[in-house]
Ligand binder design. Structure first.
Ligand code: ATP
Length: 332
């Protein structure tokens, strides 16, 4: 990882095409001039004045940088470099080239449960690592689960989107910005003290959708979605779950538990028989099951449609690049 050398981002990196955007960030492909290696440059708009609603507070961006600096794992996007000026911060990140995991699944003819559970295993592997450092992601959703490359025999999951990640302090009450209601745990909504296990609720929602193409708590109105999450009631309707194994449902049910103390942790999930079958019976139960690909495709195209409408409203201008590079280690 290159750390020092003063200069501005465009002196060291050639900016190329736009890869994506979020509320306050735009991500561009770039090429490091010295090495020729491609990266993703995330331009984050920072708040200019206290009380302004545009941009993110500098301390929040600094927190994202500090967290990314601590994380080095095969299933977690790596931070390579950082630039800063008054109004923007640029994170130069490992380039993830395989697109979103959900888009990859939607392009397939079918997917068996063992295949699906292998992707979950990778996601959990990354989460066990993060959680062992007491870092919670707090924004796990399909957009933040990508693939390193997709045209390979075994695509590798990469977790991205650490803008809301936090190192958990004792009895922590979060958060200035909240994840998408569809995926957030009840304790986040209720502003209760949080632990890393809040992420496991999101993994439960993501797995439920992956297997059925239905979102367990989503309603037409956001308020109703929130009420559904707080109640925590859901079922496995036969119309959507007729090809799902009992063991997969058990895996999900152990994560969609209202009381965080009773919810399965990431290390427990990694040992769940849906992820690592212990007996031949469990293995067979999983092998004969598959995801509901037809309905999943429907869910995914609706999700993409919603996102496209949202991003139409966002600013997509080329970022100004007069940003002075600062050492990673100099943030505080
Ligand atoms: P955050 O989730 O951290 O608050 P954000 O939603 O504003 O931030 P990101 O999720 O980090 O922004 O990125 C926005 C989009 O840019 C992603 O959905 C993805 O499509 C693309 N993207 C982000 N990081 C990378 C990367 N390292 N490689 C390729 N594409 C990326």
């Amino acid at each position: 990882m290159s750390l020092v050398q003063p200069g501005n981002v465009e002196e060291l990196y050639e900016l190329q095409d736009k890869l994506g955007s979020g509320h306050f960030a735009t991500v561009w492909r770039c090429r490091e001039r010295s090495s020729g290696i491609s990266y993703a440059a995330k331009f984050i708009r920072m708040r200019r004045r206290k009380g302004s609603r545009i941009g993110i507070e500098r301390k929040v961006v600094n927190r994202e940088v500090e967290i990314l600096q601590q994380l080095q794992h095969r299933h977690i996007m790596q931070l390579h470099d950082v630039f800063i000026c008054q109004v923007q911060m640029v994170l130069v990140l490992e380039l993830i080239q395989g697109g979103e995991f959900f888009d990859f699944v939607a392009e397939k003819e079918s997917m068996s449960e063992p295949e699906a559970s292998d992707f979950l295993l990778q996601l959990l592997d990354g989460l066990v690592y993060m959680h062992s450092l007491n870092i919670a992601h707090f924004d796990l959703k399909p957009e933040n689960i990508m693939l390193q490359q997709k045209d390979v025999i075994k695509p590798k999951i990469k977790i991205i989107g650490f803008g809301m990640a936090q190192k958990i302090e004792k009895n922590m009450c979060l958060v200035s910005r909240c994840g998408l209601p569809e995926y957030v745990a009840p304790e986040v909504i209720k502003l209760e003290p949080l632990t890393v296990v809040a992420d496991m609720w999101s993994v439960g929602v993501i797995t439920y959708i992956l297997l059925s193409g239905v979102s367990p708590f989503q309603d037409k109105m956001e308020n109703d979605t929130v009420t559904n999450i707080i109640k925590g009631t859901f079922d496995y309707e036969d119309t959507y779950f007729n090809s799902t194994s009992a063991i997969a449902k058990d895996f999900i049910s152990q994560m969609l538990v209202i009381n965080p103390k009773e919810r399965m942790t990431s290390s427990q999930a990694l040992l769940h028989p849906w992820i690592k079958p212990l007996t031949i019976k469990q293995e067979r139960n999983r092998e004969s099951a598959s995801i509901n690909i037809t309905n999943f495709r429907k869910f995914n195209s609706q999700r993409k449609w919603k996102r496209a409408c949202e991003s139409d409203q966002e600013d997509s201008t080329m970022p100004s690049a007069s940003l002075l590079r600062r050492r990673h280690s100099s943030y505080s």
